[in-house]
Design a protein around this ligand. Sequence first.
Ligand code: ARG
Length: 586
Amino acid sequence: MLLERYLEEVGSDAIQKALDLDSPRPALVRPTTDTKFGDFQINGAMKLGKELGRPPRELAQPIADALAGVEAIEKAEVAGPGFVNIHLSHEWIAEALTEALRDFERDGVPAVDHAEKIIVDFSSPNIAKQMHVGHLRSTIIGDAIARVLSFLGHHVVRDNHLGDWGTQFGLLIVGMREWGEEEALLADPITELERVYKLASERAKNDEAFADKARAELAKLQNDDADNRALWEHFVEVSRTALDAVYDELDVSFDVWLGESAYHDALPGVVEDLLERGIAREDDGAVCIFWGELDDAPKNLRKQKTPFIVRKKDGAFLYSTTDIATALYRKAHFDADRALYVVDNRQGLHFQQLFAAMALLGVDISLEHVGFGTVLGKDGKPLRTRDASGHVITLVSLLDESKQRARARIDEGIAEGRLRVRPEEMDEVSGVVGIGAVKYADLRQNRLSDYQFDWDKMISFQGNAGPYLQYAYARCASIFAKGGLDMDEAASSAAIALEVPAEITLGKQLLRFADVVHQAGATSQPHLICEHVYELARAFNGFYAECPVLDAEGATRESRLGLTALTARQIRRGLGLVGIGVVDRM
Ligand code: ARG
């Protein structure tokens, strides 16, 4: 159940009745900042005071009286200049939790009222270049957002918009013919492509003839020359194999791989259209959008001196042109309502310009840049993807290291008697823990901030880290195993009751889940789910320390088993929604 929405409804109802108004007014429900003052605050009287020209406190009292009659509300009291603080009824919370407990499909999280078609453009690395940590962030965050949105009932299209086209392929084609080693290409495609690209671009700098040849090969590729096309396809194929290894490891998948190359044929038309409609104009042979010259361009861009170039002097199209074509296709082909671009903050200006261009073209699609900050190393500088001797640290090797480190920490835990993992389950458990740790370290941050990559904090069974939460889940599961009980069976029959403070604290936390998932989806903020799961694990630990579960009796035992089952399911669901797995035993 969506708690805040429900309270908003009953609140606005109470306001209308209490003040005998002819239309409903918003209750403006907010969680209280301090639980001393209750669970939620209703601020509607403050606003209404202005409207009706009466002191808000005078309005607040009848509202509080009306609210006190609502089943969900135990107590409603006027506070300060005219707020109404409400305390939820424990019986009512318990009933809502029992209902969520029975909802095996969705754990009490309703779908959205209006499902949308949403394209999530994420990961999108450039082939023939190492995927860097920025792409890792995009992959992890984008996957989490796509999972949340689908769970909420949206129609999500996961699109890997590969950087698989552009001037570098001319250089790669001549370079490969000159220096390429097929064996190296098959063994480690990206490293070989990078090596050859470097050689070729170096040579092109001071060898005009070589540069001309590269341009000629590029033109041939773009005009569908069979040989060049085959070579390019080969680059793409070997690169995809290397990328797939990373995606498999991360358990990330895509519905479509519509890279930049997919839009090649549409580019001349895009430029013509922009010219015809007076959005772009020619300038010294190039075609550009000059924001300052367009009356309906957004204000902040109008001050921008540098234009959005859509065709260079030499006729080449750019990232901007491809992205306009891509957005047009997303509307025309997928009939998308929205498209989310999960890309580094540093591309912010590019997306502002892209979205402004789409608005000028009058395309009815909501476009959003879901930006994120930089991953920093221990020294506080952007994380280096090369080791001390200059070797590239690939993402696969980073994920391998995480699994190894997870295994070492698990071995430690076993030696100290804190953890128990069967030898035959060790590979699986260290995989789930290692990969989960990397993902959680990223996802728990507000995505807009930079964050520091720190192995020790990341792979920890204490504190706000993935392994701690996976352990909390396993601990819940182990209670059922120890009692010889089936979690789902217990959940089908238990009636939750909240009696002692630790149960109430846990219950209130559990009650927030649906709101959190909806908010995470609406704002593309997976960290809200991480925060919730972490607070939940802590509330559960408090509960577990105070309240015997298996040793309790009768209805209390049942209720506590119910609370444990719902906690386990919310941790599993919450982590699952951001792409992190759990194991039943560790
Ligand atoms: N390939 C780009 C890069 O690595 C990211 C592409 C993001 N998506 C987009 N539609 N521009 O920087």
